[in-house]
Design a protein around this ligand. Structure first.
Ligand code: FAD
Ligand code: NAG
Ligand code: NAG
Ligand code: NAG
Ligand code: NAG
Ligand code: NAG
Length: 553
């Protein structure tokens, strides 16, 4: 049975701005992509009605069309290999009906259309580092794995690199490490290109260039015929709800381009990110962890806030702080610099003026640095993230540390509980970067004060303790937010990449941004496929798991 035809129609550019006419036929769209539904007996019977066999039929159809190797069912070894590849043990527990492994953008279109036809829901996984169930994999539905879409291709002029979503940042930086250019990436090697970029993306280069999503150029459809070879360029090739491929860039479908910068999985499936490269001699940057004890906390807070406020003096420098309690309270300060010998930079000097108990900072490759950091990224535990942002202020910074250490005793009965308070910053350079090419859906104020991201992470062992952990995390966030309001430094923006499933991230972007995002969605996805058939993660109108017991933003 020959079901696959050449994809010329699909890959030709879209001739109409109307993405989905009122009389849009899913079966016709599938036929246009070489899949004849009438030749798939079970599917033929399904058209026009729903069925609890929907996912059986959809998955079997994918297997008929793309072969046994492209689809894994629950009894297959490939299935458990896949499900155990999630970072969070909570995601690893999810049992999809099947795993689908497309090898081409066209196959991604087909799975969206088959989902529409069968009503079997789907989710897509890039690096699999989202923390909660249902974000990148779906109970009883089709989970799309991009493991056969790992193309990385640098353009001849080295200005852009086209990266498919099966890649994690370690692959991408390694591929670039000998080319004299790099990209605004994740800071731990096994984080995925897909989730990090669509949610924003803080990098070791962000204070200089902005977030990862602000450094995406465009997408070249024809360059992606062979997904396993490397390629180059900068934006998003996305599969929209009607299975049409478009290239969103500052000049083509700029509304969609804007919405994808912070919009997560609400607008389509990105099959290639065409990233703008940055020059970097011999891939050499500098960074590592400098760790301080409690007696030094006031100095650490001052040094970190000073860096946040003064970042424009030398945007190569950046830092996060992880506040820990390992029997002793510690401030584990990651310091980095986008060139060698950051230890000699004036802006980081105050951190060297504080006596440390450990220091791993050194000059090293950007690729090696993110891969070295994988050691801190243990798999298989239960995980939660929770986050707010505030306008940077010394007072709220100090309060957040106090509230954190005063509250975590409430987790003492939770086996394996390991809470961490993490500080990150959106400094002058990232605020300015966010306005490039029409700005992003997150709507930062380029001339506003620096933003302090105050984040909680916690891992623990047992599902029985989930509610306790969520409640303690929620209470800490609520207390810090309440103090931020009192101090007049509250800031609504919730960073998707670190948000809890109870947080309404899109609402936090503000009503203007949200309503514009909904307008964009109604144009590219009028039937709300990416809201309803792909129900996981941060949706346009709701938190992933709305729950009034817990802090939202
Ligand atoms: C250890 C660790 C380190 C981290 N470091 C950083 C960091 O340095 N900077 C930072 O900003 N964040 C960081 N994060 C947060 C990280 O950005 C988010 O967890 C992000 O969701 C991970 O992306 P992923 O592709 O690995 O996740 P996934 O779980 O695969 O994807 C997350 C969401 O994006 C959707 N998605 C993925 N790919 C696509 C696509 N191609 N098209 C449409 N939707 C897609 C998925 O469906 C899912 O809903 C870190 C997280 C962890 C756990
Ligand atoms: C990437 O974007 C650049 C700049 O817009 C463009 O010239 C190039 O063709 C794109 N490459 C791909 C593979 O889409
Ligand atoms: C689709 O399959 C049906 C049943 O096998 C066949 O009758 C029909 O001609 C096919 N249509 C196309 C366009 O190939
Ligand atoms: C599909 O492939 C798996 C191994 O990947 C094998 O165990 C199974 O028998 C195959 N199923 C069919 C129907 O060929
Ligand atoms: C910075 O680090 C380099 C390499 O480790 C070292 O040679 C240099 O002396 C250091 N500079 C300062 C000011 O500590
Ligand atoms: C280092 O500390 C000393 C003593 O507190 C202070 O005088 C000096 O200005 C500090 N230097 C930097 C770079 O912070």
């Amino acid at each position: 049975m020959r079901l696959l035809f050449p994809f010329a129609t699909l890959l030709s550019s879209v001739v109409s701005q109307i993405f989905e006419p009122a009389d849009f036929s899913v079966t016709e769209a599938l036929l246009n992509q070489g899949v004849n539904v009438s030749a798939l007996p079970e599917l033929a019977g399904l058209v026009g009605r729903s069925s609890n066999l929907a996912c059986h039929i959809a998955c079997s159809s994918l297997e008929v069309v793309y072969g046994n190797k492209s689809v894994e069912f629950q009894d297959e070894v490939g299935y458990s290999t896949f499900t155990s590849s999630f970072w969070s043990g909570i995601s690893a527990e999810v049992r999809p009906y099947c795993i689908f492994k497309p090898s081409s953008p066209a196959a991604v279109s087909v799975v969206v259309l088959l989902s529409r036809l069968s009503k079997c829901p789907f989710a897509v996984k890039s690096g699999g580092h989202s923390a909660f169930a249902g974000a990148a994999t779906i109970e009883g539905g089709i989970t799309v794995s991009f493991e056969n879409m790992k193309g990385i291709e640098l353009s001849d002029d080295k200005q852009t690199v086209a990266v498919q979503p099966g890649n994690v940042w370690g692959n991408v930086l390694t591929a670039l490490s000998t080319t004299g250019v790099t990209v605004v990436s994740g800071r731990i090697g096994d984080i995925g290109v897909g989730g990090l970029t669509l949610g924003g993306g803080i990098s070791f280069l962000t204070n200089a260039y902005g977030l990862a999503c602000d450094n995406v150029a465009s997408f070249d459809v024809s360059s992606l015929r062979n997904p396993t070879t490397s390629r180059s360029s900068n934006i998003d090739q996305i599969v929209t709800a009607s299975g049409i491929m478009v290239t969103a860039s500052p000049t083509t479908f700029p509304d969609l381009y804007w919405a994808l910068r912070g919009g997560g999985n609400n607008f389509g499936i990105v099959t290639s990110f065409n990233l703008t490269t940055k020059p970097l001699d011999n891939d050499q940057i500098w960074g590592g962890t400098r760790t301080f004890t409690e007696d030094k906390f006031p100095d650490v807070i001052k040094a970190w806030m000073d860096l946040t406020f003064n970042s424009a003096q030398d945007p190569k420098a950046g830092s996060w702080v992880a506040w820990l309690d390992k029997g002793v309270k510690l401030a584990s300060t990651e310091l980095w610099y986008g060139a060698p010998a950051g230890n000699e930079s004036a802006i980081l000097a105050p951190f060297y003026n504080i006596t440390a108990v450990a220091d791993s900072t050194k000059t090293r490759g950007h690729a090696s640095y993110v891969i070295d950091n994988e050691a801190t990224n243990k798999y298989g535990l239960r995980e939660v993230y929770y986050v707010i942002s505030v306008k940077a202020s010394y007072e709220i910074a100090q309060r957040s540390v106090d509230i954190f250490y005063d509250s975590i005793g409430a987790l003492s009965a939770v086996e394996g509980a390991y809470p961490v308070l993490i500080w990150q910053h959106i400094t002058d350079g990232s605020l300015k970067g966010s306005t490039r090419n029409g700005g992003s859906a997150m709507g930062f104020d380029a001339n506003g004060s620096p933003i302090h991201i105050i984040q909680l992470a916690c891992s623990w062992n047992n599902a029985a303790d989930d509610d306790t952990v969520y409640q303690v995390m929620s209470d800490i966030m609520e207390a810090i937010k309440s103090d931020a309001v009192k101090l007049g430094v509250q800031n609504d923006w919730v960073y998707m990449n670190y948000a809890a499933m109870f947080q309404d991230v899109i609402a936090s972007y503000g009503s203007d941004s949200k309503s514009k995002m909904k307008t964009v969605a109604s144009k590219y996805d009028p039937k709300e496929v990416f809201q309803k058939l792909q129900p996981g993660y941060f949706k346009l109108d709701r938190a992933p798991v709305p729950d009034a017991r817990y802090f939202s933003y």
